[in-house]
Ligand binder design. Sequence first.
Ligand code: ADP
Ligand code: ADP
Length: 227
Amino acid sequence: MAEIELNHIYKKYENASDYSVTDFNLHVKDQEFVVFVGPSGCGKSTTLRMLAGLEDISKGELKIDGKTVNDEAPKDRDIAMVFQNYALYPHMTVYDNMAFGLKLRKYSKEDIDQKVKEAAQILGLSDYLDRKPAALSGGQRQRVALGRAIVRDAPIFLMDEPLSNLDAKLRVSMRAEIAKLHQRLQTTTIYVTHDQTEAMTMADRIVIMKDGKVQQVGTPQEVYDNP
Ligand code: ADP
Ligand code: ADP
């Protein structure tokens, strides 16, 4: 169970003259798949990073399940995140890459083993657990990054352009995989992309951003009918 409320959220970076995000308002429902879409530089990543606690919120209120979390450290938020540049550890095996966050959080060896193997099975990585990232295809690497995020069973899942480094064909098949993953895990998910097709095919609701502002919020059908 996880609802996210962004109330009049603003972000101004320290050295910037202008706001990067202006008056962002949104209520994300439990288990909803919301896509932030818009051109490069419109504030999608900044908003996502504020949700994860990786950037301070300049003004406004962020609530998760009714509780204000503006000042909670990233590790105290029950959130998993996947980045565009997978940030896999090159010297670690697939298994250790997926286990890393759990080790940091002092999960038992048995728990880690169970969770990593379960995630590997979901993502079709069971036969690759001993490999290093360099010995994987782009799609497999992306699955490891997804695996590293899902092992913790966090109720909130944030993805920042997770497919933009993949070729067009793989991107299309990974879209379907992520949609299936969402159905299975039933996380509240926010997915950032500059790709309109990706937004239209994956979202329950689309948030269209421009110049740091929310321009339109609606289902793909509503956006299609009323562009
Ligand atoms: P998007 O994810 O939509 O491409 P970003 O959230 O990355 O957009 O960026 C929004 C705006 O904030 C841009 O003008 C960008 O240059 C600026 N910005 C992003 N990160 C920083 C930073 N660390 N310091 C200063 N400005 C930043
Ligand atoms: P968590 O579950 O806390 O996100 P991760 O295993 O994903 O744990 O990573 C822990 C932290 O280390 C995260 O902030 C992640 O972005 C960062 N990280 C992971 N891999 C790398 C890497 N290769 N280089 C730099 N930072 C990394």
